[in-house]
Design a protein around this ligand. Structure first.
Ligand code: PA5
Length: 429
């Protein structure tokens, strides 16, 4: 269950400002549900939850199980919405130090030659027992033309074809039904193909094969994740309050001149998820001179860096904090040090979760007093089901909130500008 706590933020808005924004949020919600808003041909992220494709979930699960049993390394090659969703879930749920199954490596999300070269060197290196590594690769690009991904794919594909006789069986591609250079390569080489539905945009595609295959390869139960999202979809069609309140508060604060939303959490496991939210909101709302800049913060680490600016810098910052209610580790502070030289005995026997919670509560208090409205988004537990819920919550929130701004949440026309300039400089015809 996801709940919103806007107590801190409510002190920054009058009742009239909030209720006017709430009315707008209600209209915007209706536009999403009825499919009458801008970009309504891209509402497939709702359609897939309204009628789940269990056969596809099973098929992805089976292919992922094969990769898990055969691969030492699984490369996810994609950028933007083609990889942030998978990374979000894998980072949140997989053990930090001991990967569960194949090592997952991301590529195609920038153009660093150093990174690619070092990656190839690493792939070439034999394992500790002297045998070669077994590498599988999934390239993900809806358009099939994105340069960062295409360049990495060319490099890695060439390496795989030189290295393995069965390279064709080790490479899979996730792309649009038709068109794009990637589809031509798939046809020519016979790689296994997954389809990104036409009506689902990149940053809304984590619950399609785009995110589901890498997530399943990481050993995470995609049925539970997907049906978590289905549960939130069904709930929020009836109980809209939390999405409406969050959208209305954020919009009313934007209208009051706030310019930056620091999206953070006291759980470092959620940093990847916050990167996914940053992309989802930022690429959706930042158009026509509108939008709050979604910055990222990992607490309490960043309280010792940008925390200073949040507390006392320019007063144009709001904060969204993702809060996990229940402890997911029973680690506690050791007792038994009679000398108490480090003066920490007052914390002996306390769960780290409780201490972290005090840091959270203290931060909300200090930031609110310092002029930063804080909105808390609470989930009960950090598990697969709750993260499925949170995915849908943020997708729906984004659509509703961006509709209040009066822009199309589902396109990204501004991204083309750097591409045009880059291609001109590279001499592309
Ligand atoms: O949300 C989006 O549509 C973008 O972030 C895309 O996912 C990103 O640009 C990658 O595009 P593609 O999958 O076509 O390579």
């Amino acid at each position: 269950m996801i709940t919103i706590d806007r107590k801190s933020a409510s002190g920054f808005l009058t009742d009239d400002e909030f209720s006017e924004a709430l009315n707008k949020a209600e209209d915007a919600f209706e536009q999403v549900v009825k499919g009458t808003g801008k970009g309504n041909e891209w509402l497939g992220w709702r359609r897939i939850l309204a009628s789940p494709n269990d056969a596809e979930l099973d098929e992805i699960g089976n292919y992922a199980a094969r990769i898990r049993s055969e691969a030492d390394i699984f490369i996810v090659c994609g950028i933007g919405g083609s990889y942030t969703g998978a990374m979000a879930i894998i980072k949140a749920l997989n053990p930090v130090f001991k990967p569960n199954g194949p090592e997952i490596i991301y590529a195609g999300h920038h153009m660093s030659g150093k990174y690619l070269q070092e990656l190839i060197d690493y792939l070439n290196e034999p394992k500790a027992d002297g045998t070669q590594k077994s590498v599988y690769l999934n390239v993900i690009s809806k358009s099939g033309t994105t340069l960062e991904t295409a360049l990495a794919f060319r490099t890695l594909r060439n390496w795989m074809h030189r290295f393995y006789d069965d390279a064709k069986l080790r490479i899979s591609a996730t792309t649009g039904q038709q068109g794009g250079v990637l589809n031509k390569i798939i046809d020519a080489e016979g790689y296994k193909k997954y389809v990104i539905p036409d009506d689902v945009g990149g940053r809304f595609s984590v619950l399609t094969p785009v995110g589901l295959l890498p997530i399943a390869v990481a050993g995470i139960d995609i049925q539970t994740l997907f049906y978590g999202a289905v549960a939130e979809f069904n709930r929020s069609e009836k109980e809209r309050d939390d999405i409406l309140k969050y959208a209305a508060t954020r919009y009313a604060l934007l209208e009051k001149g706030f310019a930056v939303d620091v999206i953070g959490s006291f759980e470092p496991e959620l940093l990847g998820f916050i990167a996914w939210i940053q992309q989802l909101i930022g690429e959706s709302e930042g158009k026509e001179g509108k939008g709050l800049y979604p910055a990222m913060a990992g607490y309490s680490t960043d309280l010792h860096s940008v925390g200073q600016l949040i507390q006392e810098g320019q007063r144009n910052v709001i904060e969204t904090l993702i809060v996990v209610e229940e402890p997911f580790s029973d680690a506690m502070v050791a007792g038994g040090d009679k000398s108490d030289t480090d003066q920490l005995n007052y914390l002996a026997g306390k769960l780290f979760h409780e201490i972290n919670r005090s840091a959270l509560n203290g931060t909300v208090e200090a930031h609110t007093d310092g002029g930063v409205p804080v909105i808390k988004i609470n989930i009960q537990k950090l598990n697969t089901q709750q993260l499925g819920r949170l995915i849908y919550f943020f997708e729906m929130f984004t659509a509703v909130y961006v509709y209040i701004l009066g822009v199309n949440p589902f396109n990204q026309p501004g991204v083309e500008d750097y591409k045009k300039a880059m291609y001109r400089l590279l001499g592309k015809n």
